[in-house]
Write a protein that binds this ligand. Sequence first.
Ligand SMILES: [Zn+2]
Length: 325
Amino acid sequence: MTLAQYCSQFQKIRRANGTAFSDLTLKKAPHKPLLLLAVLDMVGRKQITSPFISIADEMTELNALFGSFWHKLMPVTHTSSIGFPFSKMGNEPFWHLVPLPDKTVTKELIDKMSTVSQLRQHVMGAQLDEALFVLMQDAQSRETLIDTLIGTHFSPEAQALLRAEMGEQDTIFQYSLELEQQAQHKVRDSSSVAKYTVQVRDQGFRKAVVRCYDHRCAMCGTRIVTPEGYTAVDAAHIEPWSVSQNDQITNGMALCKLCHWAFDTGVVGVRTDFSIAVARQIGHMPNAPGFIPTLAGRTLILPKEVHLRPKPENFEWHRKTFSVA
Ligand SMILES: [Zn+2]
């Protein structure tokens, strides 16, 4: 199959009509083209490196991209699981759902599945046509495929919104890579600060830190990634950005919401040996501090790679400010 033939298939993608869909998406469901745009972006960044898209490994990033495109076009009240288009795309000629051993994928099953949890009971992922994947890897062909999807399935206004969002997401990804490279080479390039917007810095820092900590809270160890790819952790600055302007991974930790709040408010602190200290007064009635007191004396759970771990001196501001540790 040629590029022209795949462009033709992309133009013919079947999309449901619905009153929920506005002029932006030409009054049709945008799920499938948005998922394909996310896949194309990930192939371009070499985050997808084979024609097989696993619903275990690639879902967090794919869901984040799909969600960022979706929210540009759809009202906040209208949500969608990425499992819906991932499954329905199985009816398109270039997207082949790969069943788990001893399972089969039928049209009835494709029509029935709409969440990633349901998908995981039946399939391992999706296999793209080999020829399509080769085209997706080539920058020029990829651009043609993106142009076709955006030009066919969205209004001019939506096209501009999607283009802008794709550019923004690409910059966020590049910033997160820069932070990892700076950690690798133990350098700090302060020029990044002026180069990027607040949103890019926030999201790029988050992406890099969450990836380095593999979604695990450095304090309590909570690691939850939902089937859809949502993670329980934030990226916390150790010395706050407002004080340090320091987005280095060595000034970050992945923390769950409660541990993040506890750290930012000085309810917990970190000693020079990376052990955790807990403020005594939080146990006073009528507080019910949950698991927080159990963190006392525990050691932070840090990345295996030494160069990604926090610099001990980055905790000094926190120690001086809160006097917990
Ligand atoms: Zn936690």
